[in-house]
Design a protein around this ligand. Structure first.
Ligand SMILES: *Cc1c(COP(=O)(O)O)cnc(C)c1O
Length: 370
């Protein structure tokens, strides 16, 4: 294990450790699963909360050459760290964005006919960056409708100044392999994209990779699974965990009935209990819904969250851990409570657990050998 970088508040009482070696091995696994398709990486929302720059650097070292972000700002920021990579941004070419795409060699995803015309009408001084076209095959969110895309196919002159190199669509239910929409969207994508100019075709994100080769087309776009989130909620998680979040015990007290703990007095003690107050709360990204639901660990021993999650603190029942003391670190995300398990307790998904991770942690980037 080697330490790559460490940064954050000087007196931080919580530490977020991000294993870039695990990101690399996840990339290799996904690339292998994708077979002949190219594996691109999605590093939007600051690399799912883990740091777009260090994550992209690690992925580049693992062989990734193509990145997706959500917004033009994210793309421009990534360009500074990734001078060579291909960078697409998914949210679409909004008015006023074309100059920056040209300047920073950023490829927009064109999501409607107006965006295509805006791109086609721009006078590029240098080379035109390639652009992608998105087709909405059932998510009803972004992209050309199949009707718009078919109409477009009949008027090829509209592509004249567009260096279209990628056609993509996005699956709605890929984490539920038996859902009928998976095959419907695949067939709609195959049919609609076949009528458009020849380009790389991409449909699958993390979960879609595990649906099988019929969903892979020419490129897959892996996001969450790179960061350890399970691609299929009903099966064992094949990904390696990337994130370890630890926070310090600030104080320990012994309490007994009829006392309660936390705001709203939502938890009443039924007998002698040892309570640890720990330095992380909803301002650090812990969902408030973990109150009376979440589980932290000290070593391998579970310490349930009791009472509500406060802004800066949580309280744990450590009655089973008599030798715990102030200054000890507890695992808020770790081997026994990974982001998916935390998400389950909080009524959300691993994606949200990661992208909410706060700014008060000391962030340590390490690289374990694969
Ligand atoms: C976020 C996103 C991805 C990545 O999805 P994961 O489920 O995180 O792998 C791929 N494509 C599009 C269009 C996205 O919005």
């Amino acid at each position: 294990m080697s330490l790559i970088n460490e940064a954050g508040p000087q007196f931080a009482t919580s530490v977020l450790t991000i294993d870039l070696g695990a990101v690399k091995s996840n990339y290799r696994l996904l690339a292998e699963r994708a077979g002949k398709a190219v594996c691109a990486a999605v590093v939007k929302a600051n690399g799912y909360g883990l740091g777009a720059e260090p994550v992209a650097q690690a992925l580049t070292e693992a062989g990734c050459t193509t990145f997706f972000v959500a917004t033009l700002d994210e793309a421009v920021a990534l360009r500074a760290a990734q001078p060579q990579s291909i960078i697409y941004y998914l949210n679409g070419l909004m008015p006023g964005e074309t100059d920056a795409c040209a300047e920073y060699r950023i490829s927009p995803v064109l999501n409607d006919p107006g965006q295509l015309d805006r791109w086609a009408g721009f006078r590029f001084e240098k080379q035109v960056p390639p652009a992608a076209l998105q087709i909405d095959t059932g998510l009803s969110r972004l992209g050309f409708t199949p009707y718009e895309a078919t109409e477009l196919a009949a008027t090829p002159e509209r592509f004249k100044n567009v260096a279209l190199d990628l056609i993509l669509s996005h699956l709605a239910c890929a984490d539920a392999p038996d859902h009928p929409l998976n095959a419907q969207q695949r067939d709609a994508f195959a049919a609609t994209s076949a009528a458009l100019p020849i380009a790389t075709r991409s449909l699958a994100a993390s979960s879609g990779i595990f649906l099988g080769p019929a969903w892979h087309f020419d490129m897959v776009r892996a996001g969450a699974a790179l960061y350890g989130v399970t691609p299929n909620r009903d099966k064992p998680n094949p990904m390696t965990q990337v994130v370890h979040l630890q926070a310090k015990i600030l104080q320990i007290r012994d309490v007994d009935t009829p006392q309660t703990v936390g705001y709203g007095a939502t938890r009443r003690f039924t007998g002698p209990t040892k309570v640890a107050t720990v330095a992380a709360g909803y301002a650090d990204g812990l969902p408030r819904s973990l109150g009376n639901e979440g589980t932290a660990y000290i070593g391998e021993i579970a310490a349930p969250v009791i009472g509500r999650v406060s802004m800066d603190l949580i309280t744990l029942d450590i009655s089973n851990i008599p030798d715990a003391k102030p200054g000890d670190m507890v695992d808020l995300i770790g081997p026994l409570n990974d982001p998916d398990m935390d998400a389950e307790a909080a009524g959300t998904i691993g994606y949200e657990i990661l992208t909410r991770l706060g700014r008060r942690y000391r962030r340590r980037y390490i690289e374990t050998a694969a």
